[in-house]
Design a protein around this ligand. Structure first.
Ligand code: HEM
Length: 507
C-alpha cells in the first residue's frame, strides 16, 4: 500500500516536472504573454472547462484581466494564445502560412471527414481551388428558386403564431434553413418544416454539442475514452444517422446521372451539353462535385459525403442563428425595422412575388442590418489555427511554434476602441465610408484571408431573402412574458432559452 502511494506520488512529481519545464520553455519564448497562474498538473483547464457553453462571457473577463493577447494552458499539452486585436489577428488570418486549423477541429473528423472546413495541407488547397468556382456569384442564382419555395412555406407557418403570444422564432427558422441547405446541397427534400421532431436536425445539434464538450474536457481528448463515454456514443450515433442519409442520396444521384448519360448516348446526343443544361437548371452542391469528378477530380464517395456534410454543417446553424438574432434586434429597434420595411417595399413592391437575385443586390440597408447583427452576435464567435513556427506579433509578444491560436471575434466586435458605442444596434456602422475608415480585420464574422468563409455570398443572399420576406409580411414586436435570450456559445453563438418575439401581420 505504502509502496503504491509512493509510486503514485513519484509519477505525479515526474508529470509535474515535465509540464513545468515545458511551460517554462514556452513562457521564455512567449516574451511575457500574460495569462492565469499555472496550477500543478491541471494547469489552467478550470478557466474554461467547467462551463464550455458560457465561454463567450469568460473571454471578456480574461481580456479585462490580462489584456487583448493572453495565453491559457488548457491541459498538459494544449497551449492556447487568444487574440482580439485587428493588427494581431491580421498576422495570422492574413497569411497563407498560418492556414492549419487548430487541434480541436480534429474532433469533427468522424463527421466531416476531409471536408473543406477541417481539411489541411494539399487536400484543403485542391478542394478550395475547385470549390471557389462553385461558390462564384454567377452560380448562386441557381439557388434562389430553392430559397423562394421554402420561404413561402415559412411565411405560411409563421401566420399561426402571428397576432398571438410570444413564441420562439428559432424553432421556425431552423427548419426552414435546414430545408434550404439540404436541398441546395443534395437536391433532396427532408421536409423539416412539415415534419415534427426532425431526426436529422436533432442529430446535428447533438453532434455539435458533443464536439464542444470534448474540446474543453481534456479527459475526453483520447479517442478511446471519448468513444466509450455517453457523450461519445451519442456523437457516433448522430453521425451514423447523418451519413446514412447522405450515402443513400449520393448513390441515387449517381444512378440518375448515369441513366441520363445512357439515355443521351442512346439518342446520340452530346452528353456534355445535356449535363451542362441539367447543371444549369437544377444545380446543387453535390452535382457540382460530381461534375468535378467527371473532369478528373477523383473524389471518392467518402469525399463526396464529407463535403456535402460540411456544406450542410457550415451553412445551417450559422444562418439560423444570425436570422434569429436579427429578428430579436429588430423587435427591440422599431425605427430600424421600419426603415428596413420601407426599403423592402420599394425594392420588392407590395405584391406577392418570387424574389430575384437583382432584388437582393438592391437591398443595401437590409444588408447593413444583417452585418450589424453579425457584429453583435457573430454566428462563429471564435475559431482557431495552429501555428507551426514562432510568430512575432506587432506588440512584441511571440506565439511559440505548435501553439493553437484562438481568434475572439465576439470580443473584437465589442471593442469600444473600434466601435464607439459597441452595444448600440447601429446599421450605419456599415456605411461604405465608415467601413473604409476601419481596420480591415476589425470586422470578421466570416473570418478573413485565404481561409475565410467560402459560403459568405450564398449566406448573405439567403439571409436577405428570408429576412426581407418576413419583414414584408409581418411587423416584429418584442416578446412579453417570455424568457429573455440567454447567449451561450456551443460552437455557434446561440441562446439557451431560444429567441422569443411576437409577430403582427401587416396589411
Ligand atoms: C451567417 C452565415 C455564416 C457565417 C457567419 C460563417 C462564418 C464562417 C467562419 C467564421 C468561417 C471560418 C471558420 C474557421 O476558420 O474555422 C467559415 C468557414 C467556412 N464556411 Fe462559413 N459562415 C456562414 C455561412 C456559410 C454557408 C451558408 C456555407 C456553405 C454554404 C459556409 C461554408 C463554409 C466553409 C466551407 C468554410 C471553410 C472554408 C475553408 O476552410 O476554406 N458558411 N464560415
Amino acid at each position: 500500500m505504502y509502496i503504491a502511494i509512493a509510486v503514485f506520488f513519484i509519477i505525479l512529481c515526474v508529470i509535474h516536472f515535465k509540464i513545468s519545464s515545458k511551460c517554462a520553455r514556452y513562457e521564455a519564448i512567449c516574451n511575457g504573454i500574460p495569462g492565469p497562474k499555472l496550477l500543478p498538473i491541471i494547469c489552467n483547464f478550470f478557466e474554461l472547462s467547467f462551463n464550455p457553453e458560457g465561454i463567450y462571457s469568460r473571454f471578456p473577463e480574461l481580456i479585462k484581466k490580462y489584456g487583448r493577447v493572453f495565453r491559457i494552458w488548457l491541459g498538459p499539452s494544449l497551449h492556447l494564445v487568444y487574440l482580439s486585436k485587428p493588427e494581431e489577428i491580421e498576422i495570422i488570418l492574413g497569411s497563407t502560412k498560418y492556414i492549419h486549423k487548430a487541434e480541436m477541429y480534429e474532433y469533427f473528423e468522424p463527421w466531416l471527414g476531409s471536408g473543406l472546413l477541417i481539411a489541411n495541407g494539399p487536400v484543403w488547397f485542391k478542394k478550395r481551388k475547385l470549390m471557389t468556382s462553385a461558390f462564384h456569384f454567377s452560380n448562386l442564382n441557381n439557388f434562389i428558386p430553392k430559397f423562394n419555395t421554402n420561404i413561402k412555406l415559412l411565411l405560411k407557418k409563421l401566420e399561426e403564431p402571428a397576432g398571438g403570444e410570444s413564441f420562439n422564432v428559432y424553432d421556425f427558422l431552423t427548419l426552414c434553413t435546414l430545408d434550404i441547405i439540404v436541398e441546395s446541397a443534395m437536391n433532396t427534400k427532408i421536409y423539416a418544416q412539415s415534419e415534427k421532431n426532425n431526426r436529422f436536425l436533432k442529430a446535428m445539434d447533438e453532434a455539435e454539442l458533443a464536439i464542444l464538450k470534448r474540446g474543453f474536457s481534456p479527459w475526453l481528448h483520447s479517442d478511446g475514452f471519448f468513444s466509450k463515454s455517453s457523450i461519445g456514443k451519442m456523437f457516433y450515433e448522430s453521425v451514423r444517422l447523418m451519413h446514412d442519409l447522405a450515402d443513400s442520396i449520393i448513390k441515387m444521384r449517381k444512378m440518375e446521372l448515369s441513366d441520363k448519360k445512357e439515355e443521351s448516348s442512346f439518342e446520340n446526343k452530346n452528353t456534355d451539353s445535356i449535363l451542362q443544361d441539367r447543371y444549369k437548371k437544377n444545380i446543387t452542391f453535390l452535382d457540382m462535385l460530381l461534375k468535378y469528378n467527371e473532369d478528373g477530380a477523383g473524389f471518392s464517395d467518402v469525399d463526396l459525403r464529407s463535403d456535402v456534410m460540411m456544406f450542410i454543417m457550415a451553412g445551417h446553424g450559422t444562418t439560423t442563428w444570425c436570422l434569429s438574432w436579427a429578428m430579436y434586434l429588430l423587435s427591440k429597434n422599431p425605427n430600424i425595422q421600419e426603415k428596413m420595411y420601407e426599403e423592402v417595399i420599394s425594392v420588392l413592391g407590395p405584391e406577392d412575388r418570387d424574389i430575384e437575385i437583382n432584388d437582393l443586390l438592391e437591398l443595401k440597408f437590409t444588408e447593413r442590418v444583417i452585418k450589424e447583427t453579425l457584429r453583435h452576435y457573430p454566428s462563429v464567435p471564435f475559431y482557431g489555427r495552429t501555428v507551426h513556427e514562432n510568430v512575432k506579433l506587432p506588440g512584441g509578444y511571440v506565439i511559440p511554434a505548435n501553439t493553437d491560436v484562438g481568434i475572439l471575434t465576439y470580443c473584437l466586435h465589442m471593442d469600444p476602441e473600434i466601435y464607439e458605442n459597441p452595444k448600440e444596434f447601429n446599421p450605419d456602422n456599415f456605411l461604405p465610408e465608415v467601413c473604409a475608415a476601419r481596420h480591415p480585420y476589425a470586422y470578421i464574422p466570416f473570418s478573413a484571408g485565404p481561409r475565410n468563409c467560402i459560403g459568405q455570398k450564398f449566406a448573405m443572399l439567403q439571409l436577405k431573402s428570408i429576412l426581407s420576406s418576413i419583414i414584408k409580411k409581418f411587423r416584429i414586436l418584442p416578446a412579453s412574458d417570455a424568457p429573455a435570450p440567454c447567449p451561450v456559445t456551443v460552437l455557434l453563438f446561440k441562446s439557451d432559452t431560444g429567441v422569443h418575439i411576437r409577430l403582427e401581420k401587416r396589411n
